[in-house]
Design a protein around this ligand. Structure first.
Ligand code: BGC
Length: 746
């Protein structure tokens, strides 16, 4: 449709029709079934309001969406097509590792692949918009939603954010093209910094920290052409995001130049009442419209009050028109006025969903996300002739997709057992044992988990205990007979994701009991950690020769694990968040600030910053990860000891694989600004390069350092660089001491 025709359409709409375009309902309002991702409760819609609704979330499937579209378009007076939105987060039916695992790949290429495959599957299933990527900076492992982010570093988040958008929307952002989907960055802003890691909680950040560490991820999405953004549940500066005019109109629209649609998070507009910011739903509608929320996701505010507010002269109709215009523009960009189903096609859906090509990609990306954090005596890779016992609640589990993926058939996720059997064939000497439940008893009672044991020991659930005792006995006996043991331990799916904040980030007691018993009979332990967040792994590492964090690895998780365990693929992931020694260190992140009494050594002594009962260093820092090779770094060399705004310099190292296995090394550049008009982080990531190295091979890796890389918000809040001393560190993680100084002359 031409812009003129679109404008005519807008002019022709009644006020109620306009408001309809700004309403999003969950699928159950229109049909049975659908994914429910927030609190349920009636929006009190009448039939006329339902007919005018402009978008729906949580329903997929080419056939179902075609039926909904036909029905809704017939009822809508101007036959305006609906937008179908869905949380396609780490894959749609072919599931990839959770976003934190994708952060661990440090690879924009892999993230782009994930987004590309997701877009193809989701659009064939009739979808138009995905609520992804989440680009919130996350620094507190207690927060359950760290699993949805690519981690603690703004540079890495920005790098990967661009790749997400490119994969979803294509190089030219022409989302009308087949297989392309409109992306939605979230959650604007700083949802990743809730106090105490408690989901939905207040955020206290200085404007400087907000701008420097939290906004870059969203900015990268905007620069990449992202079509939509979502508000966040939290407050900033005591104002809920969905009612924050400064945040959305001054910062997002004027400064950051976002011209796409802003949608509220699920019922966030109405939740401003509970925040004690809005008096009632009518007030909430006014505040949100004034602040710049275009679409109200699942709340009564706009649908019940916006038209009346305009008629009463309390909301300017111009604001409503602007919001509706943005919605119509996206519908037009997606080509929905010509083809309201877009790529939704049952035949295609069957053909491409979980096809071989996508599964192969899922395996490669999963392997790329695994982070080997310990490998004593080079116990890994395993040899095929060894007798192995694979033990633990994740040994045979298909539940590997994370809390934000909704595969039609979870059984199609490849378990570790399947992956290993497939790789080794029938003559392998490998046994598989459950060993323990995943969740502890009290927890199971709380969550009503049926398959696991329920509550304290009593006659009623004697069978559950008996089963666990039998599992334990079987596992210990298998471990005693094996050359090596692979423990498959981790967080329960219900312990990670939205609303799943925790103060205890250790493995469950029942899994630790299992590990302790197994290590009594066999010391050759390789432990795989399935998780959505950094965990306390100190005790696990004590009992294990190797530990590999495999996140929630998705559809091909089991096959990727098998190939990495046996050396057919190599681990190459790096930690996208610091792993703490103890939960008491949270939030813990590498790019913190110097104090007047810094604790450079991590020592536990008085009168310096830190703790008297624990080190202040993480167990493993950001960027850390091993490979099967043994990679060494030469000293950093600089092309010059001085640089200026116009003359960049090059910092380089030579990396060498001194081991016997091929390796993929993730070389990282960090910069430290030694003094500034405001204090500067101890260092900040500024570049990443991945290099493949055969045994004995050396490669030079060079980074160009340019003036924009030195900018920050100075004492007057101007984004500038300042003359002075800088240090360039190049190494394999955020704690590298391999650095060289230079002077920036301005
Ligand atoms: C989450 C969003 C999600 C939305 C729709 C909310 O609860 O915070 O991330 O996109 O639900 O499912």
């Amino acid at each position: 449709m031409t812009n003129e025709a679109l404008k005519e359409l807008l002019n022709d709409l009644s006020l109620e029709e306009k408001v309809g375009q700004l309403i999003q309902v969950s699928a159950d309002t229109l049909v049975e079934g659908g994914i429910v991702t927030g609190p349920t409760g009636s929006l009190e819609l009448n039939a006329e309001q339902v007919a005018l609704v402009g978008s729906v979330l949580g329903k997929a499937g080419a056939k179902a969406l075609r039926e909904i579209q036909d029905k809704q378009m017939a009822a809508q007076p101007h036959h305006i097509p609906m937008l179908f939105m869905y949380d396609v987060i780490n894959g749609f039916q072919t599931i990839f590792p959770i976003a934190l695992g994708l952060g661990a790949t440090f690879s924009p290429e892999m993230v782009e692949t994930v987004a590309e495959v997701s877009a193809k599957e989701a659009t064939a299933s009739g979808l138009h918009v995905t609520f992804s990527p989440m680009v919130d900076t996350v620094r507190d492992a207690r927060w359950g939603r760290v699993m949805e982010s690519t981690g603690e570093d703004p540079y890495l988040n920005g790098l990967l954010a661009k790749a997400w958008i490119k994969g979803y929307q294509g190089n030219d952002n022409d989302v009308r093209k087949e297989g392309k989907i409109a992306a939605c960055f979230k959650h604007f802003a700083a949802y990743g910094a809730p106090e105490g890691g408690r989901d939905y909680d207040n955020v206290e950040l200085s404007e400087r920290t907000l701008r420097e560490d939290y906004l870059p991820g969203y900015q990268a999405c905007i620069e990449a052409g992202c079509k939509m953004g979502m508000t966040s549940f939290n407050t900033i500066n005591r104002i809920p995001s969905s009612g924050n005019k400064w945040l959305m109109r001054d910062v997002l629209r004027d400064e950051m130049k976002f011209d796409g649609i802003m949608i509220s998070d699920y019922s966030a507009v109405e939740e401003m009442i509970k925040h004690s910011f809005a008096k009632d739903p009518r007030d909430a509608a006014k505040l949100a419209m004034d602040a710049g929320v275009d679409i109200d996701m699942v709340s009564r505010a706009y649908v019940q009050h916006l038209a009346k507010l305009v008629r009463d002269g309390e909301v300017d109709e111009k604001l409503v028109d602007e919001a509706v215009w943005r919605v119509l523009v996206l519908k037009n960009e997606l080509g929905l006025f010509e083809n309201p189903y877009k790529d939704g096609d049952e035949e295609k859906e069957k053909l491409i969903t979980l096809c071989e090509e996508f599964r192969t990609k899922a395996k490669e990306v999963a392997a790329g996300s695994f982070v080997l954090v310990q490998n004593k005596e080079e116990i890994l890779p395993l040899a095929k002739k060894e007798k192995i016992a694979v033990i633990g609640p994740y040994a045979m589990s298909h539940d590997l997709h994370g809390s934000w993926s909704f595969p039609n058939n979870p059984e199609l996720q490849i378990s570790v057992e399947q992956g290993v059997k497939e790789l080794l064939g029938s003559d392998a000497d490998v046994t598989f044992c459950q060993g323990s439940y995943c969740m502890d008893p009290e927890e199971q009672t709380k969550y009503g988990v049926k398959e696991e044991r329920t509550g304290a020991r009593c006659e009623e659930n004697e069978a559950f205990y008996a089963k666990e005792e039998a599992w334990l006995e079987e596992a210990v006996s298998a471990a005693a007979k094996a050359d090596k043991v692979v423990m498959c331990l981790g967080e329960h799916n219900l312990h990670t994701g939205e609303g799943a904040s925790k103060v205890d980030i250790r493995l469950s007691d029942c899994q630790m009991t299992l590990l302790r018993k197994v290590q009594e009979v066999n010391k050759n332990i390789v432990t795989l950690i399935f998780t959505g967040r950094p965990l306390e792994l100190r005790e696990v590492e004590k009992y294990s020769k190797a530990v590999m964090v495999v996140w929630l690895p998705g559809t091909e998780g089991g096959s990727a694990i098998a190939e990495v365990l046996y050396g057919a693929m190599r681990p190459q992931g790096r930690l996208p968040m610091s792993f703490p020694v103890s939960v008491g260190q949270e939030p813990i992140y590498y790019n913190h600030f110097m104090t007047g009494r810094p604790n450079d050594t991590g020592r536990r002594v008085g009168y310096i910053s830190g703790y008297i009962d624990e080190t202040c260093k993480p167990l493993h820092p950001f960027g850390y990860g091993l490979t099967y090779g043994k990679v060494t770094y030469s000293k950093v060399t600089l092309s010059s000891e001085k640089m200026t705004s116009t003359a960049s310099l090059t910092a380089s190292v030579t990396v060498t694989n001194e081991g016997v296995h091929p390796a993929t090394e993730t070389v990282q550049l960090y910069l430290r600004d030694v003094t500034g008009s405001v204090i500067r982080p101890v260092r900040a990531l500024k570049g990443v390069k991945k290099v493949d190295l055969m045994p004995g091979e050396s490669k030079e890796v060079a980074f160009e350092i340019t003036e924009p890389m030195l900018r920050f918000y100075d004492i007057n809040m101007n984004y500038v660089s300042e003359a002075g001393e800088e240090i360039a560190y190049i190494g394999s993680d955020a704690e590298t001491e391999n650095g060289a100084s230079f002077t920036f002359e301005g």
